[in-house]
Design a protein around this ligand. Structure first.
Ligand SMILES: *[C@@H]1O[C@H](CO)[C@@H](O)[C@H](O)[C@H]1NC(C)=O
Ligand SMILES: *[C@@H]1O[C@H](CO)[C@@H](O)[C@H](O)[C@H]1NC(C)=O
Ligand SMILES: *[C@@H]1O[C@H](CO)[C@@H](O)[C@H](O)[C@H]1NC(C)=O
Length: 247
């Protein structure tokens, strides 16, 4: 099956300056994030006349000094390979686990896992955890047409990111966002829903107050509706739902 993707040239992720509605939680007290889990529901396709992209939707963790660990649901840019290269549905959205290095590290090359093609309405669980200088990311489709498909990335943190003397993830920055490139970003016309977001910090210092500070908001590029916050325990924040909505 042919899709619009085949007409688009790959773009350099590092050089993007995109239109984004974003939601961030940033520690400034030395604490860091060490684990993130969430489910994303695959949205409808972009309008059929939109050919300029790519469009990315993701939540991820950013180490101090740059770079990002990010499971990305993407349209308009092909991944290096796919775990299900010939799905029975149209190849519109795929989940790819990206590791984008801090400037100058890993020869400035981002790592992309094999992708998973997923269909509208499919639910994909994404997970990332830091342990002993290793970032493990996984994504698994838990329901829908691509159910059971999964992909993994397992990389050395110091190869991609600046480390600190604490030997922890050094990831003080959590963010969820839409990241729309190209000349038709104003054609975004569907919600993207993230559910069961669990965000774990290394220690309990300042976690509850930072997470509790998250409120629904908008910017010129869209709206973020944030609902159902509670602490799972003193290091782990939970939200039932975050919905990113076009402006
Ligand atoms: C990640 O890779 C390391 C080194 O090869 C290995 O020891 C570890 O078991 C792997 N972890 C996962 C979850 O794949
Ligand atoms: C999109 O999300 C907003 C905010 O939660 C909601 O009011 C609206 O009904 C949603 N639209 C659709 C089509 O689901
Ligand atoms: C807190 O909850 C998270 C998520 O369920 C779990 O991974 C972690 O081990 C828990 N931490 C403690 C200290 O119980």
């Amino acid at each position: 099956m042919f899709s619009v993707l085949t007409k688009l040239a790959p773009l350099a992720l590092l050089l993007r300056s995109a239109s984004a509605i974003s939601w961030a939680l940033i520690f400034s007290n030395g604490n860091v994030w060490s684990e993130l889990e969430y489910t994303i529901t695959v949205p409808p396709a972009p309008p059929s006349d939109v050919t300029s992209g790519p469009w990315f939707f993701w939540c991820g963790l950013q180490p101090n000094g740059g770079g990002v660990v990010q499971p990305v649901l993407q349209w308009g840019q092909l991944g290096p390979s796919y775990v299900n290269p010939n799905p029975v549905f149209a190849k519109i959205w795929a989940m790819i686990l990206w590791t984008v290095p801090a400037s100058g590290l890993n020869n400035n090359n981002a790592f992309q896992s094999p992708g998973i093609w997923a269909a509208q309405g499919d639910k994909i669980d994404s997970f990332m955890t830091y342990n002993n200088n290793v970032w493990v990311q996984t994504a698994r489709v838990t329901s829908g047409q691509a159910s059971g498909q999964n992909t993994v990335s397992n990389l050395s943190a110091s190869q991609f990111f600046h480390t600190d003397s604490a030997g922890d993830s050094n990831a003080n920055f959590f963010v969820c966002e839409s990241e729309l490139d190209g000349s038709q970003t104003n054609r975004w016309n569907f919600n993207v829903t993230f559910t069961n977001i669990n965000l774990r910090a290394k220690t309990n210092t300042g976690v509850q107050s930072l997470c509790a500070s998250a409120v629904s908001h908008s910017d010129g590029n869209g709206f973020a509706t944030i609902q159902g916050f509670r602490m799972l325990n003193d290091t782990t924040c939970h939200w039932d739902t975050v919905i990113l909505t076009p402006p």
